[in-house]
Design a protein around this ligand. Structure first.
Ligand code: SAM
Length: 463
């Protein structure tokens, strides 16, 4: 792992995470030294991007091999640094997931920073580390006289302290690569309307991977590997009625509809109105018509007053309305990569457990007997993962844990009182366990299974 800052966390959050990784059950299972090392590795992994880019192929529209060939053709048109004739890169089908293509990420590369500095927000900086160019809304500071064509260095304002419109920034920032300005400074900051479009075209990114902006939009969809695994674990079939309770921006809803060959119904709910459009746009882009989108608070999505026979098209729904329910829960997001700094307080991080429990209550009620509930998060805490499973099993005797297919991650983490057999049924993606596998000669498909974002999946059957 290269020298690159570890994720910076508030001390109270760092102590809390450490207490999870050094919990009594885990210490007994792996020993103190290994547990400490895992925690230290986690902090390092989180600030780095995974070593591969994962795209989900629209296999409801074309066979995987055809999509792979077309993607290779499209990417060969991109002229990346160090390649005069465009990119010719490895695009590998995942060995056991039939709709995933993997591309290696090259980095960190030895790129020198220049004098002319553009500062971008942390989210934009993370996107650049995963292959994106810099879009105008992401820029917070630029040189006073920046003109189109200038060569600039891009820095990420990891603590969000830089004032918008500044001409320089002396605070904590991390270099993410060099690029060419595609806009003058005045076009970015001196307009009444928010400016759209690429403002810096990255020519020498610290981590190099292709940009997917506008590349085969209906055939490839950028999605983290664990998120694709969720769709397969849910196992939807054509003709079923499936609920995605927290759906925006719709990556998993679209995957579910694709696995169902667009036959049946995928009800996609999200509480935030301005995120709803994203679900609709993604569904349209991927030519999926079976997704019905509603802006709704899923905690309130079940109503006993509605006649079960009559049902309703939109929420609230009568109990036992769905064959399968996905609860990809709002969470503290501490598994997201790359993430160089989190300004969240411990109180904010701990606020998710009660909300997730309310959502699980609604999920269990909305599920038909014999139906499948998948609960997932992109975080690493016990409170939002294994503890939720232990609580759900105790609160809802109708639920049992069932095996997941595929199961390519690790098992659940000890510490929440679950039995070893139960931990085996859970699936954690633990990037801190992947370092020994990230040696340069390890095949991409092997590295990809563990060098992912931190993620958690539990699958229940309702008896
Ligand atoms: N499943 C999504 C995907 O794969 O694209 C990502 C979902 S994200 C982890 C969690 C989502 O839950 C956010 O979009 C948030 O707006 C939504 N959310 C939070 N509380 C909610 C609630 N009470 N009801 C419905 N949606 C909620």
């Amino acid at each position: 792992m290269p020298v690159f800052p570890r994720i910076s966390l508030k001390p109270e959050v760092s102590d809390y995470l450490k207490s999870i990784f050094l919990n009594k059950e885990l210490l007994t299972a792996v020993g103190h030294q290994e547990a400490e090392q895992r925690f230290e590795r986690l902090l390092t992994c989180l600030s780095h991007p995974p070593s591969h880019t994962c795209v989900r192929a629209s296999t409801h529209l074309a066979p995987l091999e055809e999509i792979r060939k077309r993607l290779a053709q499209e990417l060969s048109k991109q002229h990346l640094c160090g390649s005069s004739s465009g990119v010719s890169m490895e695009i590998v089908p995942h060995p056991c997931i039939p709709d995933v293509l993997l591309l290696p990420v090259d980095g960190p590369r030895p790129v020198e920073s220049l004098q002319s500095e553009v500062v971008v927000g942390a989210q934009c900086g993370s996107a650049v580390l995963r292959g994106a160019h810099v879009f105008a809304p992401g820029i917070v500071a630029s040189p006073k006289f920046m003109k189109t064509g200038d060569i600039v260095s891009v820095f990420s304002d990891i603590d969000g302290k830089c004032t918008r419109g500044a001409t320089s920034f002396q605070g904590q920032k991390v270099f993410v690569g060099n690029g060419v300005a595609e806009m003058d400074r005045s076009a970015i900051f001196c307009t009444n309307e928010p400016t759209k479009g690429v403002a810096v075209h990255m020519t020498e990114p610290l981590y190099q991977s292709p940009s997917f902006d506008g590349v085969l939009p209906s055939l490839v969809f950028l999605q983290n590997l664990p998120s694709v695994v969720v769709g397969h674990v849910l196992g939807p079939r054509p003709g079923e009625r499936v609920l995605d309770m927290c759906a925006a921006p719709g990556g998993k809803s679209c995957h579910i509809a694709s696995l169902m060959k667009d036959q049946g119904e995928v009800v996609a709910l999200d509480k935030i109105r301005n995120k709803i459009d994203r679900i609709c746009r993604n569904a349209q882009m991927l030519c999926l018509e079976s997704i019905k989108v509603f802006c709704f608070d899923s905690v309130k999505a079940v109503s006993r007053d509605i006649d079960k026979q009559r049902g309703t098209e939109g929420p609230p729904f009568p109990p036992e309305s769905f064959d399968r329910v996905l609860l990809d829960a709002p969470c503290s997001g501490l598994g997201q990569r790359p993430n160089m700094a989190s300004t969240w307080s411990l109180k904010e991080i701990c606020s998710y457990q009660p909300l997730q429990r309310k959502l699980i209550h609604a999920a269990v009620s909305l599920l038909k007997k014999g139906g499948v509930l998948v609960y997932s998060t992109c975080t690493v805490t016990l409170a939002e993962n294994e503890e939720q499973v232990a609580w759900a099993l105790k609160t809802f005797p109708c639920l049992t844990l069932v095996p997941q297919d595929p199961h390519i991650g690790t098992e659940g983490m000890p510490g929440a009182g679950l039995l070893p057999d139960q931990l085996c049924l859970l699936q954690r993606f633990s990037p801190e366990l992947s370092l020994e596998q990230t040696q340069p000669n390890t095949p991409l498909s092997h590295r990809a299974n563990t060098d992912t974002i931190g993620f958690f999946i539990a699958k229940f059957l309702k008896n």
